[in-house]
Design a binder for this molecule. Structure first.
Ligand code: GLN
Length: 483
């Protein structure tokens, strides 16, 4: 059952080939069997079986939607009513959310069965899933390597077939980078496409939830259920949600693909470059035209992001003080001691580093020099994309500079870690949608191809990804031991 696509699973459920209870138990067994991957922080077995039972009733009454009865897992950044929601942090180790995030609510309404909450970098800060309070997640393709981050649990769980699909969030690359390193399909939607209500905030102007699945076809189904305007999120955009699955088979003849020369400079490692060129050649075969474009400000993305994201996180994380939210230290002697020790004990090293960088960048003397400057650069980067997207329909490039790196290899060197997102971060600064799809292997480790589109053109990205997946089978490869 774990090899089936979402459409096949829905067919199996509706034709009575298996029940949602059977399907759910099958995935719960796999989660147990492969617990050494550390992909889950919480497995909600009892709740899953209850939801599966309810789904079976809906199916018997023919009240189904595409996800009814299908198990999936939520990144532990989404608040889940009565279920522990940790955001990968000791700070929230005892937090039982009193409400559901909109994404969770929508997927529950669609009849999906939540298997549990997925491991992630603490407060979504990281590119390797090593900053989690609950320990590193292992990449099923090689368990000595990282799955990427911050949605590393989602990447590993979907790649290892512990869940048919999962949610993720992407502030600077956290859906696309683990999707690439784990050989799955991950879509970061346009900023505002998916509600952020109940999604614990890291950098509010950049965060966006999205689907992580085995194929574009599956991602279309999951996004359909996640997307849409939400009055509870003031940055959610009131644009109608198209039928994503209906657009998958459009022809790509005449599609104009832009390749930014800054993405394909000599800095890109040669194996990565040749793997991506083969993928681009497939697109030529599918009728696309390849055009070189230039985006001179891309090189400023990392420095600008590492001012803006920490600045926003320092404000967002101020609520975790042991009073309003989060871990409280033992026997504080006074208020200052309570704040200092609660925050000192509750946050991990990377989170503290970000808060320090952010408060520094926002302080009176440095606000103009750092924060305002970074915002100006952000505009230049958006303009580069806007400009390029007048010449071409989509932009393609790498997702990551390398394939999955070793656990422990970069964790002591923050700059090296930050550079893991060099190809993804600019897209968040511009608020654009982008998808990562499996495009080959280097030394048995998956490589992702990134496709970036214009605002609110997710259906176009899914169509372009799906057409490639019709003529290639990279997305169908399964890591050894997880078949
Ligand atoms: N790696 C980046 C960071 O640590 C992006 C993380 C993300 O997208 N949540 O900030």
């Amino acid at each position: 059952m774990h090899t089936k696509t979402l459409t096949q699973l829905a067919q199996g459920l509706q034709s009575g080939q298996f029940s949602s209870i059977e399907l759910t138990k099958h995935f719960l067994d796999r989660i147990r069997k492969h617990s050494d991957l550390n992909a889950f922080i919480t497995v909600t077995e009892e709740l899953a079986l209850q939801s599966a039972l309810a789904a079976d009733t809906r199916i018997a009454n023919k009240q189904t939607q595409p996800l009814t009865g299908i198990p999936l897992a939520q990144k532990d950044i989404f608040c889940t009513l009565d279920v522990k929601t940790t955001c990968g942090s000791k700070m929230l180790d005892n937090f039982i959310a009193p409400y559901n995030a909109t994404v969770v609510e929508k997927l529950n309404q669609a009849g999906a069965v939540m298997l549990g909450k997925l491991n992630m970098d603490e407060f979504a800060m990281g590119s390797s899933n090593e900053t989690s309070y609950y320990g590193a997640v292992k990449n099923p393709w090689n368990t000595n390597t990282v799955p990427g981050g911050s949605s590393g649990g989602s990447g590993a769980a979907v790649a290892a077939r512990l869940a048919p699909c999962a949610t993720g969030t992407d502030t600077g690359g956290s859906i696309r980078q683990p999707a690439a390193l784990c050989g799955i399909t991950g879509l970061k939607p346009t900023y505002g496409r998916v509600s952020r209500y109940g999604m614990i905030a890291y950098a509010s102007s950049l965060d966006q939830g999205g689907p992580m699945a085995r194929s574009a076809e599956d991602a279309a189904i999951l996004l359909q259920a996640m997307a849409g305007f939400d009055t509870k999120d003031s940055t959610s955009v009131d644009v109608p949600v198209p039928d994503y699955s209906a657009q998958l088979n459009n022809s790509l003849a005449g599609l104009k693909i832009g390749l930014p020369k800054e993405f394909f400079s000599e800095d890109l490692n040669s194996d990565m470059a040749s793997t991506l060129q083969s993928a681009i050649n497939e697109y030529r075969q599918l009728g696309a035209e390849i055009i070189e474009v230039s985006m001179p400000n891309l090189k400023l993305a990392i420095p600008s992001y590492y001012v803006i994201a920490p600045a926003e996180c320092s404000a967002n994380l101020s609520r975790f003080d042991g009073v309003r939210f989060g871990h409280r230290c033992e026997s504080p002697v006074n208020l200052s001691d309570l704040y200092t020790r609660s925050r000192g004990e509750g946050f991990g090293k990377e989170v503290k580093r970000r808060i320090l960088m952010g408060t520094y960048a926002l302080s009176t003397g440095y606000y103009d020099a750092y924060y305002v400057k970074a915002q100006k650069i952000r505009r230049l980067i958006s303009d580069d994309f806007k400009n390029a997207l007048t010449q071409v329909d989509v932009i393609m490039g790498p997702v990551t500079p390398t394939t999955a790196f070793g656990i422990g290899e970069k964790i002591a060197d923050p700059i090296e870690m930050y550079l893991s997102d060099i190809y993804t971060i600019a897209i968040n600064l511009a608020g654009l949608p982008a998808i990562s799809i499996p495009a080959g292997f280097i030394n048995n480790l998956p490589v992702g191809l990134q496709i970036i589109g214009n605002y609110f053109t997710e259906e176009h990205l899914l169509n372009i990804a799906h057409q490639y997946q019709q003529v290639t089978d990279w997305h169908q490869q399964t890591p050894k031991g997880f078949e």
